[in-house]
Structure formats: C-alpha cells, structure tokens
Design a protein around this ligand. Structure first.
Ligand code: PLO
Length: 517
C-alpha cells in the first residue's frame, strides 16, 4: 500500500471517530434537554398562559397540542412539570417512584395537616415511611378480607335503601348526596371509631359542612399556594379553610381523647385502637428509630392520619357513587343491563354480597368506567423530585413539582376509543363474560409508593352500595327536570353538581322491608 492510501485511511478513521463523538454528544445533549416550557415572566411565572375558562385538567390536556405530552411551566417561583401520558406517568410513579415521592409544602395543606404531619400530603422521610407502614398494617387488619367490614357496609346499604323507599313512598325526589355521604361516613366511623351517626345528628351535619368547606378551599392550586406571601392579605378562602379545619380538629381530638382514656392493650375495637397500639409498641421496642434517627410519631401525626383516612374515605367514595348515579341516570339502558345481571344472579330473595362480585362483571365494568371517565382526583396530588433526575429524555431538577394529569391519561384518544363516551363494555372481554383492562393508561387509584391506601375498601363499598340500590330501585330524573350536568366542579376532588333523583321501586320491592335479606 502506498503512502496516499495510508493517509486516506487515517483521515477517514479520524473523521469517523470525530463524527461518532459528535453524534454521542448530540444524543447526550438531546437527552439532557428540559421539557418544553410555557412562556413565563418573573414573579408571576406562567400565570398569563394559564388563564382559561376551563378547569386545570382540561387546560393541561389542551396545552399538549402546542407543547407536547410533557411540558413545564412556572407557578410563581416553582417549576412544575405536567405529565399527560401513561409511559411518563409510570416513570414518575413507579420506575423512579422513590425519587419523585416528595410532596410540596403549601399554605393550604399546611393548615390542613399541621405542616405535613399526615400521609397524603406529608413529604417523604423516614417518619413518613414508618407512619405509612403502621397505617397500612392497621387498615389491612380492619379492611380487606375482614368479614366485619362487609357487615358494616351492608348495614349502611340497608339504611340507605330504607331512606330511598321512604322517599319513593312519599313520591318525593331526593338529593342523594347527604344520604350517600352519611352511609359512607358511617362505614369509616365504624372502622375508625367504632361509632356511627343517625339521620339528622348535629355532629354529622357539622361534619358535612366543614368537609365541603375544606374540599372547596384546600390544595386546588389556589393563589395563596402559588404566592405564599398573599397570606398577609385578608383572604376569604383561607379564612374559611382555617375555620373548617378548627371544627374538624376539635371533633377528631374528642374522639382521640375518648379512645386514649379507655384504651386497653387487650382489645382492639377499631382502627384508632390499632394505631395507638402500633405507636406504643414502637415506642416500647425502640423500633421507632431508623439509622439512629428517631422517627417517633407524635399525637399530632396520629390525629392528622385519622383526619386523612376520614377525609379520603368519605369524600372520594361518596364522589364516585354520585358520579355512578349521574351516569346511570343519563344511560337507562346501562342501568337496566346491570339490573338484568342482578336479577339473573341474585333475584329478590336475598341481598348482594361481596362473594357475588365474580358473577356480576357488567356492574364491575360500570364501576371501572365511572372511575375512568370521572377520576376522583384528576391531577392526583403533586409530586416533588427529591434529587436531580429525568422523565423520558427530559432532565428534571431537584425540587421540581410534577403533576400527573390523570384526566389526560383516562381520556387519551390513542388509548381509548371515543374516550368521552360512557361505555362499560370496554372493560369486558370479547365474550362479555369477564373483565379486562383494555389500556395501561388507567390509574384511578394511582400506583407506586403513594398508591391509595383505601383501594380495597373503596371497591367493596362501591360494589355493595350500587348493587343494593340497583337491585331494589330504578333511578331517574324527576319529571320535568333536565339531566344533571356531567361537567363537575374542580377541587381537590372532582365533584358532580347537586341534583335530585327519583327512585322507583322495582318489582318485588314495592313495599319497604325492615329486615336485610
Ligand atoms: C377531603 C376533605 C376532608 O375534610 C379533608 C381531606 C383529607 C384527605 C384528602 C381529602 C380531604 C380529599 C381527597 C384526598 C384526601 C387524601 C387523598 C385523597 C386528597 C381534603 C386523594 C384523592 O388523593
């Protein structure tokens, strides 16, 4: 080979290597890019781009068209990444769940949870992990798989059905909201405090109004959460929140003191006893230390957790039941298909029980579809990156807030045929005999380290309450009323608006019966 060839080879090799290095660098640079950013200005952040007549979950879904599925914006001085698609959502919640397990501190949630001493809004820490573990243990003991919980739900279902019977007998239409709330509250009350409320109980009425006050004002990206300095000005929402939280805390404290006064190591009456026991045994065994660091739970921690279980247990389940009723009224054909299924499998000689779940796939599919089309928590609770990390090809810096737009996941046109159509059939297998999950873009209870602790309890309640009601009644709008809106009111939970319902007893259930069958 002559010299010219050797030179040629050398030049090509060097050029090739240089190109390869350039390519790798570009690739790395591509990978380390930040998500597309909405325009933002000092102090106000991206507020100007977020002005919209639509609620945030719809706006965030819409903004994808311009900025792509994952983009970022500034809320005041905080960088927020919005995730609208399931692969990225699972990266945040599952694959890098620990890195994204943080929670932001905000003015309103600090008021609600005594600076994050609860589980839902509390930041990730050894104390939080320990706390969640004992609550999980206590819930398992009293929730899932326990026969007593089924009994408790059925007692409430029976009482709910008697109220519907009475109203039907008197020929009046009913706002189901307080009735469903009382039924669900009593399940949680029995579970937590071993007590329950009668209709019209003043303590229950107080609870209804404070809880609505909290739902209306907490953690919905209100301005004071974006600009904490606004607290120095009079603020009606914050004032209402503090007032409602004070009433709630007094009520919780009373229950807590009563339990502590007659607590015994030998009997466990309810969840609060189980929590008190776990706290004491941890203190006695010194297990409340991890890596030399004390993770002890204060009375405040237990109190705030009971507040969480109570708030989450009541508001979420009631909301889903209300959405289910709303959609069943809009779709009488779906209601009657569920009733046919109930007639064939159960008849009128007995009431539905949990063991019937397997035989009622269409009802189960309907519950799944309600949870898809109207997720209780359309934006979940924001997460925070605890260290520098990434989502897909985008880098995400420590301290960035991440909002998972569950609404966008559940209405993604690439994943669901006609996502805005209510169609329980999409959750059935091709023969219509069993259930299926047609897309992985479905996370009604979240997933990962912070997955909902009450999923099993919620599913039991939804199944039993709906099956009991639909076995006995057909629900419809009263004559001359228009159908209730499907839009919903955005807040920490997405609630349907108020409306009245006419319950018509089905054949065999015309007269109220006093005994559960
Ligand atoms: C509901 C109103 C209560 O008075 C307080 C409360 C506690 C826990 C919250 C719950 C509210 C709303 C729904 C939440 C729950 C914790 C987990 C759940 C946010 C504010 C969801 C859907 O994530």
């Amino acid at each position: 080979m002559d010299m010219a060839w050797i030179w040629c080879l050398l030049v090509f090799t060097v050029a090739g290597l240089a190109l390869l290095a350039l390519h790798l660098r570009l690739k790395r640079a591509g990978r380390s890019q930040e998500p597309p950013n909405l325009p933002s200005f000092p102090l106000i952040g991206s507020l100007l781009s977020l002005r919209s007549p639509h609620p945030p979950h719809l706006l965030f879904k819409e903004l994808q068209k311009k900025y792509g599925q994952t983009y970022s914006l500034m809320m005041g001085s905080h960088r927020v990444v919005i995730v609208n698609q399931h692969v990225h959502a699972k990266e945040v919640l599952l694959k890098r769940g620990k890195v994204f397990a943080g929670r932001p501190r905000t003015v309103t949630t600090d008021v609600l949870t005594r600076n994050g001493k609860d589980i839902a809004f509390g930041n990730y820490s050894p104390t939080w992990r320990f706390h969640r573990k004992i609550v999980h243990g206590a819930l398992c003991m009293f929730g899932e798989g326990s026969a007593s919980i089924e009994r408790i739900i059925c007692v409430e279902a029976q009482s709910l059905c008697s109220v519907l019977s009475e109203a039907a007998g008197a020929g009046v239409a009913l706002d189901l909201s307080p009735e469903l709330t009382r039924a669900v509250t009593n399940v949680i009350c029995s579970l937590c405090f071993n007590s329950c409320y009668c209709r019209g109980d003043p303590e229950f009425e107080a609870m209804l109004s404070y809880s609505q006050g909290i739902v209306d004002t907490v953690a919905k990206d209100s301005l004071v959460d974006i600009f904490p300095w606004l607290q120095i000005f009079p603020n009606a929402d914050l004032h209402l929140l503090k007032h409602c939280v004070a009433i709630r805390d007094k009520l919780l404290q009373k229950k807590y003191d009563e339990h502590k006064a007659d607590y015994s190591d030998h009997v466990q009456r309810d969840l609060l006893d189980a929590l008190l026991r776990a706290k004491r045994s941890a203190e006695n065994n010194n297990t409340a230390e991890i890596g030399g660091e004390s993770v002890g739970l204060s009375d405040d921690h237990l109190l705030m957790t009971v507040g969480d279980i109570f708030g989450a247990g009541v508001e979420t389940t009631t909301t889903v039941l209300k959405w289910a009723v709303t959609y069943l009224i809009h779709h009488p054909e779906i209601q009657s298909r569920i009733q046919d299924e109930l007639d064939v499998n159960i008849g009128v000689d007995r009431s539905p029980q949990l063991s019937d779940r397997g035989g009622l796939p269409y009802l189960e599919a309907t519950i799944r579809e309600v949870l898809r089309i109207r997720p209780v928590s359309p934006l979940l609770i924001p997460h925070v990156a605890l260290s520098d990390t990434s989502i897909g090809d985008f880098t995400v810096r420590k301290g960035t807030r991440v909002i998972i737009n569950l609404w966008a996941l559940h209405h993604d046109e690439k994943e669901w045929d006609n996502p805005d159509v209510f169609d329980p059939g999409r959750f059935l297998n091709s023969k219509g005999t069993g259930l299926s999950i047609p897309s992985s873009s479905y996370l009604p209870f979240g997933v990962g380290i912070r997955v909902c602790l009450g999923e099993a309890l919620a599913k039991m309640e939804l199944f039993l309450f709906l099956s009991w009601i639909l076995q006995r009644f057909t629900l419809s709008v009263p004559p001359n009323h228009s159908l209730p809106s499907l839009e919903g009111k955005f807040g920490v939970v997405l609630q349907p608006v108020k409306y009245t319902v006419k319950a018509t007893p089905r054949p065999g259930w015309e007269r109220p019966r006093s005994q559960a069958r």
